[in-house]
Design a protein around this ligand. Structure first.
Ligand SMILES: *Cc1c(COP(=O)(O)O)cnc(C)c1O
Length: 432
């Protein structure tokens, strides 16, 4: 499979190169040159297939022959070693829980897949440089990347996070793993971390010393596996005759964009809904036709505090850069923090369900759409376990919540981080 840059000013590359590079040299996002629909028989038979079989069929055209079929299957088996339950909340409404992986965030699947692909390519090309994955995190991404890459041969991971600005659980997830994972605690805010990472990618001295790559959802190996969730939900779904609608709480729009790729492959999705917090760039665009990025503002659903969604350009490409076509396939709504807390309380009181702030926004957006379209079957994506957002959850709900084993096992571990305050210190660290 070849990939081209959506900035149209860089050479086409194969899957391996797109994964190693992350971003194209013209700073564009990579996009597959062809997209082949899956046969109808695949969807008719999906209930009889395992998660690994489904994932394999969905992703194999995007990998091509660069990973042997048997190896790709064993990578997928390893990546998908946990559940993706579809929990019915109300008549015609279900929550797709994507938080049963090692760090309890949906990003686990993409991070684990990308890590194993890089590990595979490293062992295939024995004499190449070690790859260094450099990531800035405001909380959730870093933990998933750290855990996904732990112990992968030939890959070092360096994570930058803003000191004192991530939750205790998130910090433990970043700083206690050891081995090939290094945490840098930045004296600053998330944007400072992000700026340093961007500077590093442009630094010629570093480029000669190390192969640097990123692990956010611009990387195709992190983005594409997210389409599996939509196939898994469809497999489990009992009422396959209803109009299927997915509501996705969105920040960088990687997850929802992967759902649209699943739709392109033939999965019968009728419509998408995006829920956002105050960072409402896409809902505003759908309303006004005017795409206006902004500086991000802080909210309680902080994994979605994004003012310039990086994957939106891929969504446009999937809709032939046609606003009317996009509007017919996507609705968007945004919510304040207090509406989000009200939804968490409502779900607990009326449906005995505990949602995290991101999932709660997905629920609100879905309800909003379904008042106009009551004949749909709606699924909202629950993107993180509520325990990861303890400080902003309503107290009476949190009090009765049990600590999951994935979290319990890291709380007593010792934090190891290196404090840095500027780019010079990051560079010294990377050249060491
Ligand atoms: C990253 C994240 C999101 C947003 O996903 P995008 O693919 O960036 O749109 C939503 N919820 C949680 C919990 C996340 O960690």
């Amino acid at each position: 499979m070849t990939y081209f840059s959506l900035n149209h000013n860089a050479p086409e590359v194969i899957f391996e190169e797109a994964v190693v590079r992350g971003l194209a040299p013209d700073k564009g996002l990579y996009f597959p040159k062809t997209i082949q629909q899956l046969p109808e028989s695949f969807f008719q038979n999906i209930e009889n297939l395992s998660h690994v079989d489904i994932a394999f069929e969905a992703i194999k055209q995007f990998v091509g022959d660069e990973i042997h079929e048997e190896d790709l299957k064993s990578i997928l088996k390893d990546v998908l070693s946990f559940d993706f339950p579809l929990v019915e909340i109300d008549k015609n409404i279900a929550s797709l829980e994507l938080y049963h992986g090692p760090t309890m965030a949906f990003k686990d699947v993409g991070a684990r897949f990308m890590a194993r692909c890089l590990g595979y390519f490293n062992s295939k090309n024995k004499n190449t440089n070690k790859v260094t994955v450099l990531v800035a995190t405001s909380g959730d991404t870093g933990g998933a990347v750290a855990s996904g890459f732990l112990g992968v041969d030939g890959v070092d991971v360096v994570i930058l996070y803003p000191s004192g600005k991530v939750s205790d659980i998130q910090e433990k997830q970043l700083t206690t793993l050891g081995q090939n994972i290094k945490a840098l605690e930045v004296d600053g805010v998330f944007d400072d971390c992000q700026d340093m990472v961007k500077t590093a990618f442009l630094d010629e001295d570093l480029k000669t010393a190390r192969t640097l790559t990123s692990a956010n959802s611009i990387n195709i190996a992190r983005w594409l596996p997210q389409m599996f969730y939509y196939f898994f939900a469809f497999k489990t779904l009992k009422q396959k005759d209803k109009k299927l609608v997915f509501s996705v709480p969105s920040g960088n729009y990687g997850n929802i964009c992967a759902g649209m790729m699943a739709q392109k492959l033939g999965l019968p999705i009728h419509h998408f809904v995006t829920g956002t917090n105050a960072n409402n760039i896409v809902p505003e665009y759908l309303k006004t036709g005017n795409y206006q990025t902004k500086a991000s503002v802080a909210t309680i659903s902080n994994a979605m505090d994004v003012g310039a969604p990086s994957n939106f350009i891929r969504i446009e490409a999937l809709h032939n850069n046609n606003f009317t076509q996009l509007k017919a396939n996507l609705s968007g709504f945004s919510y304040t923090d207090s509406e989000t807390v009200d939804a968490i309380n409502h779900l607990k009181t009326h449906h005995d369900y505990i949602a995290d702030p991101h999932g709660a926004i997905g629920y609100l957006a879905l309800k909003n759409y379904m008042t106009q379209h009551p004949d749909s079957y709606g699924i909202f994506l629950e993107t993180a376990h509520p325990i990861k957002f303890l400080p902003v959850m309503p107290e009476q709900i949190v009090n009765n919540m049990e600590m999951p084993s994935q979290i319990k096992s890291i709380l007593h571990k010792e934090k190891k981080s290196t404090i840095i305050s500027d780019y010079k210190e990051l560079k010294e660290f990377l050249l060491k």
